[in-house]
Design a protein around this ligand. Structure first.
Ligand code: GLN
Length: 476
Protein backbone atom coordinates (compact mmCIF):
# COMPACT_ATOMS: atom_id res chain seq x y z
CA UNK A 1 0.00 0.00 0.00
CA UNK A 2 1.14 3.55 -0.70
CA UNK A 3 2.45 5.23 2.44
CA UNK A 4 1.14 8.72 3.08
CA UNK A 5 3.44 11.64 3.73
CA UNK A 6 4.51 12.92 7.17
CA UNK A 7 2.64 15.93 8.57
CA UNK A 8 5.90 17.91 8.56
CA UNK A 9 5.69 18.05 4.76
CA UNK A 10 2.46 20.02 4.99
CA UNK A 11 3.98 22.45 7.49
CA UNK A 12 6.87 23.08 5.08
CA UNK A 13 4.33 23.32 2.23
CA UNK A 14 2.33 26.03 4.06
CA UNK A 15 5.42 27.93 5.25
CA UNK A 16 6.89 28.00 1.73
CA UNK A 17 3.52 28.85 0.14
CA UNK A 18 3.19 31.95 2.34
CA UNK A 19 6.82 32.93 1.70
CA UNK A 20 6.48 32.53 -2.09
CA UNK A 21 3.20 34.50 -1.93
CA UNK A 22 5.19 37.30 -0.33
CA UNK A 23 8.08 37.03 -2.81
CA UNK A 24 5.97 36.86 -5.98
CA UNK A 25 3.42 39.39 -4.72
CA UNK A 26 6.15 42.00 -4.28
CA UNK A 27 7.79 40.97 -7.57
CA UNK A 28 4.54 41.47 -9.48
CA UNK A 29 4.40 45.11 -8.36
CA UNK A 30 8.08 45.89 -8.23
CA UNK A 31 8.81 47.03 -11.80
CA UNK A 32 5.52 48.91 -12.03
CA UNK A 33 6.33 50.69 -8.77
CA UNK A 34 9.78 51.71 -9.93
CA UNK A 35 8.62 53.13 -13.26
CA UNK A 36 5.65 54.92 -11.73
CA UNK A 37 7.81 57.35 -9.76
CA UNK A 38 11.44 56.39 -9.23
CA UNK A 39 13.24 55.17 -12.37
CA UNK A 40 13.19 55.07 -16.16
CA UNK A 41 11.98 51.80 -17.72
CA UNK A 42 15.48 50.81 -18.73
CA UNK A 43 16.93 51.35 -15.25
CA UNK A 44 13.97 49.55 -13.72
CA UNK A 45 14.56 46.48 -15.92
CA UNK A 46 18.20 46.48 -14.97
CA UNK A 47 17.47 46.70 -11.25
CA UNK A 48 14.84 43.97 -11.61
CA UNK A 49 17.30 41.65 -13.37
CA UNK A 50 20.04 42.22 -10.80
CA UNK A 51 17.60 41.71 -7.95
CA UNK A 52 16.15 38.42 -9.27
CA UNK A 53 19.69 37.20 -9.90
CA UNK A 54 21.02 38.12 -6.46
CA UNK A 55 18.16 36.52 -4.51
CA UNK A 56 19.34 33.17 -5.83
CA UNK A 57 23.01 33.84 -5.17
CA UNK A 58 22.78 34.34 -1.41
CA UNK A 59 21.53 30.76 -0.75
CA UNK A 60 25.22 29.87 -0.94
CA UNK A 61 25.84 31.89 2.22
CA UNK A 62 22.63 30.82 3.94
CA UNK A 63 23.29 27.17 3.13
CA UNK A 64 26.85 27.33 4.43
CA UNK A 65 25.93 29.00 7.71
CA UNK A 66 23.10 26.53 8.29
CA UNK A 67 25.30 23.48 7.73
CA UNK A 68 28.17 24.80 9.78
CA UNK A 69 26.52 26.70 12.63
CA UNK A 70 22.84 27.52 12.79
CA UNK A 71 21.00 24.51 11.40
CA UNK A 72 18.02 24.80 9.04
CA UNK A 73 15.43 25.84 11.61
CA UNK A 74 17.23 28.88 12.96
CA UNK A 75 18.28 29.95 9.46
CA UNK A 76 14.71 29.77 8.16
CA UNK A 77 13.41 31.90 11.04
CA UNK A 78 16.21 34.47 10.69
CA UNK A 79 15.82 34.58 6.90
CA UNK A 80 12.04 34.89 7.16
CA UNK A 81 12.26 37.79 9.62
CA UNK A 82 14.79 39.66 7.50
CA UNK A 83 12.57 39.19 4.44
CA UNK A 84 9.54 40.45 6.38
CA UNK A 85 11.60 43.51 7.36
CA UNK A 86 12.48 43.96 3.68
CA UNK A 87 8.83 43.88 2.65
CA UNK A 88 8.01 46.37 5.42
CA UNK A 89 10.70 48.72 4.12
CA UNK A 90 9.12 48.42 0.63
CA UNK A 91 5.85 49.48 2.28
CA UNK A 92 7.59 52.47 3.90
CA UNK A 93 9.28 53.34 0.62
CA UNK A 94 5.88 53.52 -1.07
CA UNK A 95 4.42 55.45 1.89
CA UNK A 96 6.93 58.25 1.34
CA UNK A 97 6.81 58.29 -2.45
CA UNK A 98 5.47 61.42 -4.10
CA UNK A 99 4.17 61.69 -7.61
CA UNK A 100 6.24 63.85 -9.88
CA UNK A 101 3.36 65.65 -11.54
CA UNK A 102 2.47 68.09 -8.86
CA UNK A 103 2.60 71.83 -8.44
CA UNK A 104 6.05 73.41 -8.52
CA UNK A 105 6.54 73.64 -4.75
CA UNK A 106 5.41 70.08 -4.24
CA UNK A 107 7.70 68.91 -7.04
CA UNK A 108 10.75 70.00 -5.05
CA UNK A 109 9.43 68.11 -2.05
CA UNK A 110 8.82 65.12 -4.28
CA UNK A 111 12.46 64.96 -5.31
CA UNK A 112 13.65 65.07 -1.72
CA UNK A 113 11.09 62.54 -0.56
CA UNK A 114 11.78 60.20 -3.43
CA UNK A 115 15.42 60.11 -2.44
CA UNK A 116 14.18 58.65 0.79
CA UNK A 117 11.94 56.21 -1.08
CA UNK A 118 14.82 55.07 -3.28
CA UNK A 119 17.05 54.58 -0.27
CA UNK A 120 14.39 52.63 1.56
CA UNK A 121 13.75 50.56 -1.56
CA UNK A 122 17.41 49.54 -1.96
CA UNK A 123 17.68 48.67 1.75
CA UNK A 124 14.51 46.61 1.35
CA UNK A 125 15.96 44.75 -1.63
CA UNK A 126 19.13 44.05 0.35
CA UNK A 127 17.04 42.53 3.16
CA UNK A 128 14.98 40.35 0.80
CA UNK A 129 18.11 39.18 -1.04
CA UNK A 130 19.85 38.28 2.22
CA UNK A 131 16.76 36.78 3.85
CA UNK A 132 15.98 34.59 0.87
CA UNK A 133 19.51 33.22 1.06
CA UNK A 134 18.78 31.91 4.53
CA UNK A 135 15.25 30.74 3.83
CA UNK A 136 15.21 29.06 0.43
CA UNK A 137 17.98 26.41 0.53
CA UNK A 138 17.15 25.45 4.10
CA UNK A 139 13.44 24.88 3.67
CA UNK A 140 14.17 22.79 0.56
CA UNK A 141 16.71 20.66 2.44
CA UNK A 142 14.28 20.06 5.28
CA UNK A 143 11.71 18.54 2.91
CA UNK A 144 14.14 15.76 2.04
CA UNK A 145 15.33 15.31 5.61
CA UNK A 146 11.87 14.26 6.77
CA UNK A 147 12.54 10.97 5.00
CA UNK A 148 15.16 8.25 5.27
CA UNK A 149 17.97 8.74 2.69
CA UNK A 150 16.70 6.12 0.23
CA UNK A 151 12.96 6.67 0.77
CA UNK A 152 11.15 6.39 -2.55
CA UNK A 153 8.60 9.04 -1.54
CA UNK A 154 11.10 11.91 -1.83
CA UNK A 155 10.26 12.78 -5.45
CA UNK A 156 6.55 12.95 -4.76
CA UNK A 157 7.23 14.91 -1.53
CA UNK A 158 9.15 17.54 -3.48
CA UNK A 159 6.40 17.63 -6.12
CA UNK A 160 3.78 18.33 -3.42
CA UNK A 161 6.09 21.00 -1.93
CA UNK A 162 6.47 22.49 -5.42
CA UNK A 163 2.69 22.76 -5.69
CA UNK A 164 2.79 24.91 -2.54
CA UNK A 165 5.36 27.18 -4.19
CA UNK A 166 3.13 27.62 -7.20
CA UNK A 167 -0.13 28.11 -5.34
CA UNK A 168 1.59 31.02 -3.59
CA UNK A 169 3.04 32.24 -6.89
CA UNK A 170 -0.38 32.11 -8.55
CA UNK A 171 -2.51 33.84 -5.91
CA UNK A 172 0.01 36.58 -5.05
CA UNK A 173 -0.09 38.64 -8.27
CA UNK A 174 -3.89 38.47 -8.24
CA UNK A 175 -4.16 39.76 -4.66
CA UNK A 176 -1.25 42.23 -4.59
CA UNK A 177 -2.11 43.24 -8.16
CA UNK A 178 -5.32 44.81 -6.84
CA UNK A 179 -3.12 47.56 -5.43
CA UNK A 180 -1.34 48.73 -8.54
CA UNK A 181 -0.62 52.42 -8.41
CA UNK A 182 0.29 54.67 -11.31
CA UNK A 183 2.04 57.94 -12.16
CA UNK A 184 -0.58 60.00 -10.42
CA UNK A 185 -0.82 57.76 -7.37
CA UNK A 186 2.37 55.74 -6.84
CA UNK A 187 1.89 55.43 -3.09
CA UNK A 188 -1.07 53.11 -3.68
CA UNK A 189 1.49 50.33 -4.17
CA UNK A 190 2.16 50.38 -0.44
CA UNK A 191 -0.85 48.19 0.33
CA UNK A 192 0.41 45.44 -1.97
CA UNK A 193 3.81 45.55 -0.25
CA UNK A 194 2.15 45.49 3.17
CA UNK A 195 0.20 42.36 2.19
CA UNK A 196 3.50 40.75 1.10
CA UNK A 197 4.97 41.66 4.49
CA UNK A 198 2.00 40.19 6.38
CA UNK A 199 2.24 36.93 4.38
CA UNK A 200 5.91 36.65 5.34
CA UNK A 201 5.13 37.21 9.01
CA UNK A 202 2.41 34.53 8.86
CA UNK A 203 4.93 32.15 7.27
CA UNK A 204 7.41 32.66 10.15
CA UNK A 205 4.73 32.38 12.86
CA UNK A 206 3.44 29.11 11.39
CA UNK A 207 6.94 27.71 11.28
CA UNK A 208 7.89 28.82 14.80
CA UNK A 209 4.71 27.48 16.39
CA UNK A 210 4.59 24.08 14.70
CA UNK A 211 8.20 23.16 14.01
CA UNK A 212 8.86 21.20 17.22
CA UNK A 213 5.74 19.14 16.81
CA UNK A 214 6.03 18.20 13.15
CA UNK A 215 9.59 18.55 11.90
CA UNK A 216 10.80 15.14 12.96
CA UNK A 217 11.86 11.95 11.15
CA UNK A 218 9.68 8.84 11.27
CA UNK A 219 11.64 7.79 14.38
CA UNK A 220 10.78 11.02 16.11
CA UNK A 221 14.29 12.57 15.74
CA UNK A 222 14.09 16.36 15.31
CA UNK A 223 15.49 17.62 11.99
CA UNK A 224 17.17 20.90 11.09
CA UNK A 225 18.95 21.45 14.42
CA UNK A 226 22.13 23.51 14.80
CA UNK A 227 25.40 21.56 14.97
CA UNK A 228 25.82 22.43 18.65
CA UNK A 229 22.30 21.18 19.53
CA UNK A 230 22.80 17.78 17.89
CA UNK A 231 23.78 14.70 19.86
CA UNK A 232 27.54 14.02 19.59
CA UNK A 233 27.25 11.08 17.16
CA UNK A 234 25.45 13.27 14.60
CA UNK A 235 28.11 15.98 14.59
CA UNK A 236 30.05 14.89 11.55
CA UNK A 237 30.90 18.27 10.01
CA UNK A 238 34.65 17.88 9.87
CA UNK A 239 34.72 14.39 8.35
CA UNK A 240 36.59 14.51 5.01
CA UNK A 241 34.64 13.68 1.86
CA UNK A 242 34.73 10.07 0.69
CA UNK A 243 35.49 9.23 -2.94
CA UNK A 244 31.81 8.49 -3.63
CA UNK A 245 30.69 11.72 -1.99
CA UNK A 246 33.07 13.63 -4.25
CA UNK A 247 31.59 11.90 -7.31
CA UNK A 248 28.07 12.71 -6.13
CA UNK A 249 28.92 16.39 -5.72
CA UNK A 250 30.54 16.36 -9.15
CA UNK A 251 27.33 14.96 -10.70
CA UNK A 252 25.25 17.69 -9.01
CA UNK A 253 27.59 20.37 -10.38
CA UNK A 254 27.41 18.97 -13.93
CA UNK A 255 23.61 18.79 -13.90
CA UNK A 256 23.43 22.30 -12.36
CA UNK A 257 25.42 23.57 -15.32
CA UNK A 258 22.81 22.26 -17.76
CA UNK A 259 19.98 23.60 -15.62
CA UNK A 260 21.26 27.14 -16.28
CA UNK A 261 19.99 26.82 -19.85
CA UNK A 262 16.61 25.68 -18.61
CA UNK A 263 15.92 28.68 -16.38
CA UNK A 264 17.46 31.19 -18.80
CA UNK A 265 14.89 30.12 -21.39
CA UNK A 266 12.07 29.56 -18.92
CA UNK A 267 12.47 32.95 -17.24
CA UNK A 268 11.69 34.71 -20.53
CA UNK A 269 8.14 34.45 -19.16
CA UNK A 270 8.71 37.56 -17.05
CA UNK A 271 10.51 39.49 -19.76
CA UNK A 272 10.28 38.91 -23.53
CA UNK A 273 7.25 36.60 -23.42
CA UNK A 274 5.23 39.15 -21.49
CA UNK A 275 6.24 41.76 -24.05
CA UNK A 276 5.16 39.32 -26.79
CA UNK A 277 1.76 38.86 -25.11
CA UNK A 278 1.39 42.62 -24.88
CA UNK A 279 2.42 43.46 -28.43
CA UNK A 280 1.83 40.43 -30.64
CA UNK A 281 -1.00 38.46 -29.10
CA UNK A 282 -4.68 38.94 -29.75
CA UNK A 283 -6.06 39.04 -26.21
CA UNK A 284 -9.70 39.52 -27.12
CA UNK A 285 -12.32 37.17 -25.72
CA UNK A 286 -15.86 38.09 -26.82
CA UNK A 287 -14.92 41.73 -27.12
CA UNK A 288 -13.08 41.89 -23.79
CA UNK A 289 -9.32 42.33 -23.70
CA UNK A 290 -7.56 40.04 -21.20
CA UNK A 291 -4.94 42.05 -19.21
CA UNK A 292 -1.35 41.18 -20.13
CA UNK A 293 -0.32 40.52 -16.52
CA UNK A 294 -2.96 37.80 -16.15
CA UNK A 295 -1.04 35.62 -18.59
CA UNK A 296 1.74 35.45 -16.00
CA UNK A 297 -0.56 33.34 -13.81
CA UNK A 298 -0.80 30.65 -16.49
CA UNK A 299 2.48 28.83 -15.70
CA UNK A 300 1.61 28.53 -12.00
CA UNK A 301 -1.95 27.33 -12.76
CA UNK A 302 -0.64 24.70 -15.17
CA UNK A 303 2.04 23.72 -12.67
CA UNK A 304 -0.46 23.06 -9.87
CA UNK A 305 -2.86 21.23 -12.23
CA UNK A 306 -0.17 19.08 -13.84
CA UNK A 307 1.82 18.19 -10.70
CA UNK A 308 -0.42 15.23 -9.73
CA UNK A 309 -0.48 14.09 -13.37
CA UNK A 310 3.32 14.04 -13.61
CA UNK A 311 3.73 12.39 -10.19
CA UNK A 312 1.20 9.75 -11.31
CA UNK A 313 3.02 9.26 -14.60
CA UNK A 314 6.36 8.57 -12.87
CA UNK A 315 4.67 6.15 -10.52
CA UNK A 316 2.94 4.37 -13.41
CA UNK A 317 6.20 4.05 -15.34
CA UNK A 318 7.98 2.94 -12.18
CA UNK A 319 5.62 -0.01 -11.88
CA UNK A 320 6.19 -1.15 -15.50
CA UNK A 321 9.07 -3.59 -15.38
CA UNK A 322 11.15 -4.50 -18.41
CA UNK A 323 12.54 -7.99 -19.01
CA UNK A 324 15.92 -7.04 -17.50
CA UNK A 325 14.24 -6.02 -14.25
CA UNK A 326 14.60 -2.27 -14.89
CA UNK A 327 11.55 -0.02 -14.83
CA UNK A 328 10.36 2.33 -17.54
CA UNK A 329 10.69 5.34 -15.25
CA UNK A 330 13.49 7.68 -16.39
CA UNK A 331 16.27 8.37 -13.87
CA UNK A 332 16.37 11.76 -12.15
CA UNK A 333 19.09 12.98 -14.51
CA UNK A 334 17.13 11.80 -17.55
CA UNK A 335 14.16 13.74 -16.18
CA UNK A 336 16.35 16.89 -16.13
CA UNK A 337 17.18 16.28 -19.78
CA UNK A 338 13.50 15.68 -20.50
CA UNK A 339 12.69 19.00 -18.85
CA UNK A 340 15.06 20.76 -21.25
CA UNK A 341 13.47 18.90 -24.18
CA UNK A 342 9.98 20.11 -23.18
CA UNK A 343 11.31 23.65 -23.09
CA UNK A 344 12.69 23.33 -26.62
CA UNK A 345 9.36 21.85 -27.84
CA UNK A 346 7.42 24.72 -26.25
CA UNK A 347 9.51 27.30 -28.13
CA UNK A 348 9.29 25.27 -31.33
CA UNK A 349 5.49 25.36 -31.15
CA UNK A 350 5.39 29.13 -30.74
CA UNK A 351 8.07 29.60 -33.43
CA UNK A 352 5.75 27.75 -35.81
CA UNK A 353 2.85 29.92 -34.65
CA UNK A 354 4.61 33.16 -35.50
CA UNK A 355 6.27 31.95 -38.69
CA UNK A 356 5.95 34.54 -41.45
CA UNK A 357 3.36 36.73 -39.75
CA UNK A 358 3.41 40.26 -41.07
CA UNK A 359 4.81 42.93 -38.70
CA UNK A 360 2.07 44.35 -36.53
CA UNK A 361 -0.24 41.33 -36.91
CA UNK A 362 -1.32 39.63 -33.72
CA UNK A 363 -1.45 35.86 -33.30
CA UNK A 364 -3.97 33.78 -31.39
CA UNK A 365 -3.46 33.46 -27.63
CA UNK A 366 -3.54 29.72 -28.17
CA UNK A 367 0.17 29.87 -29.03
CA UNK A 368 1.42 31.40 -25.80
CA UNK A 369 -0.99 29.19 -23.82
CA UNK A 370 0.40 26.07 -25.50
CA UNK A 371 3.95 27.23 -24.80
CA UNK A 372 3.25 27.70 -21.09
CA UNK A 373 1.50 24.33 -20.92
CA UNK A 374 4.45 22.48 -22.46
CA UNK A 375 6.94 24.45 -20.35
CA UNK A 376 5.18 23.34 -17.19
CA UNK A 377 5.58 19.69 -18.19
CA UNK A 378 9.27 20.59 -18.41
CA UNK A 379 9.41 22.47 -15.11
CA UNK A 380 7.76 19.58 -13.27
CA UNK A 381 10.18 17.07 -14.83
CA UNK A 382 13.14 19.19 -13.85
CA UNK A 383 12.66 21.39 -10.82
CA UNK A 384 11.08 19.29 -8.00
CA UNK A 385 12.96 16.19 -9.17
CA UNK A 386 16.17 18.23 -9.20
CA UNK A 387 15.62 19.34 -5.58
CA UNK A 388 15.00 15.74 -4.58
CA UNK A 389 18.07 14.53 -6.47
CA UNK A 390 20.31 17.16 -4.85
CA UNK A 391 19.01 16.18 -1.42
CA UNK A 392 19.62 12.48 -2.03
CA UNK A 393 23.11 12.89 -3.46
CA UNK A 394 24.51 15.52 -1.08
CA UNK A 395 26.58 14.43 1.90
CA UNK A 396 24.31 15.29 4.81
CA UNK A 397 26.81 17.65 6.46
CA UNK A 398 26.90 19.88 3.35
CA UNK A 399 23.28 19.42 2.23
CA UNK A 400 22.16 23.05 2.50
CA UNK A 401 25.35 24.50 1.04
CA UNK A 402 25.02 22.24 -2.01
CA UNK A 403 21.36 23.23 -2.29
CA UNK A 404 22.74 26.79 -2.44
CA UNK A 405 25.00 25.77 -5.33
CA UNK A 406 21.95 24.30 -7.07
CA UNK A 407 20.11 27.64 -6.74
CA UNK A 408 23.17 29.43 -8.05
CA UNK A 409 22.29 28.14 -11.52
CA UNK A 410 18.99 30.03 -11.24
CA UNK A 411 20.96 33.14 -10.30
CA UNK A 412 23.18 32.87 -13.39
CA UNK A 413 20.10 32.12 -15.52
CA UNK A 414 18.27 35.18 -14.30
CA UNK A 415 21.19 37.44 -15.26
CA UNK A 416 21.43 35.65 -18.61
CA UNK A 417 17.66 35.77 -19.25
CA UNK A 418 17.71 39.57 -19.20
CA UNK A 419 20.51 39.69 -21.78
CA UNK A 420 18.84 37.15 -24.05
CA UNK A 421 15.59 39.10 -23.85
CA UNK A 422 17.32 42.10 -25.40
CA UNK A 423 17.60 40.05 -28.61
CA UNK A 424 13.83 40.41 -29.05
CA UNK A 425 13.41 42.16 -32.41
CA UNK A 426 11.65 45.44 -31.75
CA UNK A 427 11.62 46.45 -35.39
CA UNK A 428 13.22 49.83 -34.76
CA UNK A 429 16.90 49.11 -34.35
CA UNK A 430 19.36 47.20 -36.54
CA UNK A 431 19.20 43.40 -36.94
CA UNK A 432 20.56 41.69 -33.83
CA UNK A 433 22.64 38.55 -33.79
CA UNK A 434 23.97 35.92 -31.42
CA UNK A 435 26.96 33.67 -32.21
CA UNK A 436 26.64 34.61 -35.86
CA UNK A 437 22.94 33.70 -35.95
CA UNK A 438 20.88 36.68 -37.22
CA UNK A 439 17.63 37.50 -35.50
CA UNK A 440 15.45 39.50 -37.80
CA UNK A 441 12.03 38.11 -36.83
CA UNK A 442 10.28 36.86 -33.69
CA UNK A 443 10.38 33.43 -35.28
CA UNK A 444 14.22 33.60 -35.22
CA UNK A 445 14.13 34.84 -31.64
CA UNK A 446 12.16 31.82 -30.45
CA UNK A 447 14.43 29.51 -32.44
CA UNK A 448 17.37 30.68 -30.29
CA UNK A 449 15.71 29.02 -27.30
CA UNK A 450 14.79 25.90 -29.30
CA UNK A 451 18.44 25.47 -30.23
CA UNK A 452 19.79 26.37 -26.78
CA UNK A 453 17.59 24.05 -24.72
CA UNK A 454 17.49 21.40 -27.47
CA UNK A 455 21.28 21.07 -27.57
CA UNK A 456 21.52 21.11 -23.76
CA UNK A 457 18.91 18.34 -23.59
CA UNK A 458 20.66 16.11 -26.15
CA UNK A 459 24.05 16.59 -24.49
CA UNK A 460 22.67 15.79 -21.06
CA UNK A 461 20.96 12.64 -22.36
CA UNK A 462 24.25 11.67 -24.02
CA UNK A 463 26.33 11.95 -20.85
CA UNK A 464 23.80 10.13 -18.63
CA UNK A 465 25.71 6.80 -18.85
CA UNK A 466 28.92 8.49 -17.63
CA UNK A 467 27.13 9.98 -14.66
CA UNK A 468 25.47 6.65 -13.94
CA UNK A 469 28.95 5.14 -13.68
CA UNK A 470 30.02 7.91 -11.31
CA UNK A 471 27.05 7.19 -9.08
CA UNK A 472 27.79 3.47 -8.87
CA UNK A 473 24.90 1.46 -7.55
CA UNK A 474 23.08 4.35 -5.88
CA UNK A 475 19.52 4.67 -7.15
CA UNK A 476 18.88 8.16 -8.44
N1 GLN B 1 9.42 28.75 -9.16
C1 GLN B 1 10.47 28.24 -8.34
C2 GLN B 1 10.50 28.94 -7.01
O1 GLN B 1 10.19 30.11 -6.93
C3 GLN B 1 11.76 28.38 -9.09
C4 GLN B 1 12.96 27.95 -8.32
C5 GLN B 1 14.22 27.90 -9.15
O2 GLN B 1 15.11 27.15 -8.90
N2 GLN B 1 14.32 28.68 -10.17
O3 GLN B 1 10.83 28.37 -6.02
Amino acid sequence: MKQSHPKGLYLLFATEMAERFSYYGMRALFTLYMVSALFTTEDAFEIYGTYTGLVYLTPLIGGYIADRYWGNRRSIIAGGLVMALGQFLMFLSACFVQNSIASEGAAIDATINNHLSVMLMFTALGCIILGNGFFKPNISTMVGDLYAPTDKRKDSAFTIFYMGINIGAFIAPLVCGLFEGDFSNPSRFRWGFLIACIAMVISVILFVLLKNKYLVTSDGEPIGLAQSDKPKFQQEQSKPLTRQEKYNICVIFIVALFVIFFWASYEQAGVSLTYFVNQQTDRNILGWEVPTSWFQCLPAIFCVALAPVMAGLWEFLGRRKLKNGKTLEPTSIQKQALGLAFLAIGYLVIAIGVDDIAPGTKVSMMWITSLYFIHELGELSLSPIGLSMVNRLSPKRFASLIMGVWFMSTAISNFLAGHLATLYPDGASEVKSILGFQISTIHDFFLVFVVMSGIASILLFAICPIMKKMLGNQEV
